[in-house]
Design a protein around this ligand. Sequence first.
Ligand SMILES: C[S@@+](CC[C@H](N)C(=O)[O-])C[C@H]1O[C@@H](n2cnc3c(N)ncnc32)[C@H](O)[C@@H]1O
Length: 260
Amino acid sequence: MPDFDSSVPHIARVYDYWLGGKDNFAADRALGEKTLAAYPNLVFSVRANRAFLARAVRFLAAEVGIRQFLDIGTGIPTANNTHEVAQRVAPQSRIVYVDNDPIVLSHARALLTSKPEGICAYLDADLRDPDKILAAAAETLDFRAPVAVMLVAVLHFIGDDAQASAIVGRLMEACAPGSFIAISHAASDIDAVQQTEMVRQLNESVAEKATLRDRAAVARLFDGFELLEPGVVKTAQWRPDSDLQAASPAAVWCGVARKA
Ligand SMILES: C[S@@+](CC[C@H](N)C(=O)[O-])C[C@H]1O[C@@H](n2cnc3c(N)ncnc32)[C@H](O)[C@@H]1O
């Protein structure tokens, strides 16, 4: 059995609750409700984040031709997991999922449903140890060919700016030219009062403390890479499929950039 205490709320399960999933316990639901009371648009914001992940993977697979994805901070499986979106475009896509949460590990089987032409792997590892991630991912991914590194709603768990940038730098250093980095990150400068109160409540209860960053700080995480249009924007506004999607509340910045 995985080693976790269901009476203590956990970010992966609270996120699952916000998304409308069923892989959560009473303590997660209670904190989920408390944080939603602090920031009622949160439910739209997390769904807009999840939709950004799917659009970014679809864009990278369909329009850029990326066939390898390293998805760090995967979360509990839900709709449109990275391999499902990528392999709908190109069944031969190779995906490595990484999370440090035993709960996500316990659900990993649902992430390993690769099409036969491709491959999916799961690593139980911490973003703070990029060398370990890169070494293990190299068993599945060919780092001499382009890779898309997905850091979606995970870098806000790295509180120190220099450490967050160093992690992005180390991961991308290992990737071939023509690789991509996709980042989304909870914002300190969108709906600032409600968002700050929501995170204060979250941090009171969960082990992984979140740090909000403003747009300029999120943009700095892309330093050294070619940021694609439309730059660093709210998740709902990154290449939206419809005006309705673009109009969703979203207190999360995001962007996609290319390594030259
Ligand atoms: C908010 S969820 C995001 C899930 C997914 N990427 C998405 O955007 O829908 C954050 C995930 O990051 C994971 N996580 C947090 N800190 C991490 C770390 N240091 N290393 C690896 N995973 C981490 C959590 O366990 C959780 O599953």
